[in-house]
Design a protein around this ligand. Structure first.
Ligand code: XMP
Length: 314
């Protein structure tokens, strides 16, 4: 455990940020996940209004996420700018099906967008919420996490960036301890992790606006029903498969999408067990998905722990 004393940890990281950035500006991209929100609040505490917080609207985030993050961060006096780069991401992902190709295309577009933002705002550093599990899994070759560059020999200078990663030696449960100590709203400090590449990690096969829209609707339903049932998994979410299935609707043959419901319990995201979601809750999720998303024919529940499976699908 890297975190022995939370207050000391925060003050050390703040001093590092101040000494690196000085009186200049720093850019922090937040997806609304606990890591990047913690990073944004920490940086804002360290350098005040010289911290420029950006929500990259890549078209792959949860429903209304940009506006929600903007409104919620404003409560802590942090102004969030929204940068719409949806077209760039869908263009980069067009035609790609291989998970690693998709991840690398996402990463490249992500850093290009940040390079652009840094040039526009005149920021001298980019501060990002990469954590220990991201680095470990990328280095081990399990999967290319969107926010790991320097640890695998890619220079951020390629994108015109200088990067600081104040949380890079922490695991998720430790990031939450830092978030609580910083007074971050429980809705964020306790929030289920959401991967940087967003819904792209949960679309098997090609990522298109239509397929993402279908998955986004299913995501809302899974999150709402888990919350209503007061179940608190490490992560509970929906996945859209590439295969389709035959069904019957109003007495006629239908051929449509397959949604998987996945829910896992974990401490550090390196291993995970399947959440024992009550059958009644699963049935409710199935009924709502089939009723509210006509494209979907079949709803499955994933019973695989990590390992051998990973948490996300790509
Ligand atoms: P996996 O799928 O590798 O996920 O078992 C472990 C944890 O990492 C999250 N995840 C990511 N987070 N960028 C991120 O910021 C990524 O590229 C990425 N890929 C997976 C995942 O949601 C889980 O919490």
């Amino acid at each position: 455990m890297a975190l022995r004393n939370v207050k000391e940890y925060i003050s050390k990281r703040m001093k590092e940020i101040v000494s690196a950035v000085g009186k200049k500006k720093a850019l922090i991209a937040t997806s609304g996940g606990v890591d990047s929100v913690t990073c944004a609040v920490l940086t804002h505490k360290a350098i005040g209004k010289n911290a420029i917080v950006l929500f990259i609207d890549d078209g792959l985030m949860r429903q209304n996420e940009g506006q929600k993050v903007k409104k919620d961060m404003a409560k802590s006096g942090i102004k969030v700018k929204i940068m719409n780069v949806q077209a760039d991401f869908f263009k980069a992902l067009k035609g790609l099906e291989d998970p690693e190709e998709k991840r690398k295309a996402f990463r490249d577009t992500f850093y290009k967008s940040l390079g652009k933002a840094v040039r526009m705002t005149g920021a001298s550093f980019m501060i990002q919420g990469t954590i220990a599990a991201d680095i470990k899994e990328t280095r081990a070759g399990v999967k290319t996490q969107h926010n790991v560059l320097q640890q695998i020999g890619i220079s951020p200078e390629k994108y015109g960036l200088r990067i600081l990663e104040p949380l890079k030696d922490l695991y998720k449960f430790e990031v939450r301890m830092v978030a609580r100590a910083l007074g971050i709203q429980p809705e964020y400090s306790e929030r289920m992790p959401f991967p940087g590449p967003g819904l792209a990690t949960r679309v098997v096969g090609e990522v298109t606006p239509h397929r993402v829209a279908t998955l986004r609707k299913a995501t809302v339903i899974v999150e709402e029903e888990i919350k209503k049932a007061r179940i608190k998994p490490f992560q509970g979410f929906a996945v859209l498969l590439k295969d389709k299935a035959t069904g019957v609707k109003k007495g006629k043959r239908a051929f449509g999408e397959i949604i998987v419901v996945r829910s896992v319990d974990s401490k550090n995201a390196i291993t995970a067990k399947v959440t024992r979601i009550p059958w009644k809750v699963l049935e409710k999720i199935q009924k709502r998905i089939n009723l509210e998303i006509p494209d979907v024919i079949k709803v499955l529940f994933d019973i695989t722990p990590k390992p051998p499976s990973t948490i996300e699908y790509i």
